[in-house]
Design a protein around this ligand. Sequence first.
Ligand code: RRO
Length: 314
Amino acid sequence: MVASLDTTFLDHSYENPFMNASGVHCMSTKELDELSNSKASTFITKSSTSVKRAGNPEPRYRSVPLGSINSMGLPNEGFEYYLEYATKYQKKNSKANPIFFSVAGMSVSENLKMLRALQDSDFHGIVELNLSCPNVPGKPQVAYDFELIKEILTQVFEFFTKPLGVKLPPYFDFAHFDAVAKILNQYPLAYVNCINSIGNGLYIDAQNESVVIKPKNGFGGLGGEYVKPTALANVRAFYTRLNPSIKVIGTGGIKTGQDAFEHLLCGATMLQVGTELCEEGVTVFTRLENELKEIMDRKGYTSIEQFRGKLKSL
Ligand code: RRO
């Protein structure tokens, strides 16, 4: 195989575009260490809140025929746990690729508090602000409230100078792609990540005439094959609307090298794997790299830049 998967993201060179999606295999130091020792080129922590949270009652994640449904409810070890892990990791691995740190406060002020702490810390990786958790009862997804996106980003960029991206929920209408891109283009964002799970799906076990997860009467975020076309549409819609300085991370339905290839064609730079990482474990990254290289070899591509974003229209 001659194809190279080298990927430049925010002026740093990665051996390949693959990493985990926040929430999957990144809750504990053990899982984070496993990611760092895998073929993923970098990794992201579980979205954190200021204080440790137990999350929603179980069962709260189910693997289903075409993907997954979850209503985890933001269980996490708390902001300080991940900050300590990240800063120690950086010291121990000074030559390693920058890592990603995800925050998902329950209010504007909680997000600002964590971002201030990150700004004042030794952390020198990339920060992802999760504006799209669908699973906390009583808390709507922030990024479906366009005024709230503006309010948060305006306050964040008054003090925050480290690289920052936002995790977006899927949008389903051109009016929304246009409106959100117009807002995001007003800020010095490093990237957007499309997409979080498709919120509030309902998977039913017909045999038992029952839902399959306990929280929210069975409603939960969908991932996996169900979401790939929506993910691709969002990657493409934002890639074609955002200032070129704002990169797009593609997340949603990446199960094979071909799925990865499709996200790259739509314009994604890094690629995050959620449901399939949960199914297969960290060896998924080795398989995805081999499959993507095989496709590139077959097509005569030696680098990703030769086709990134070059999706043809009819
Ligand atoms: O923890 C969760 O329930 C969760 C989060 Br924070 C998120 O951003 N996306 C998701 O599908 N689940």
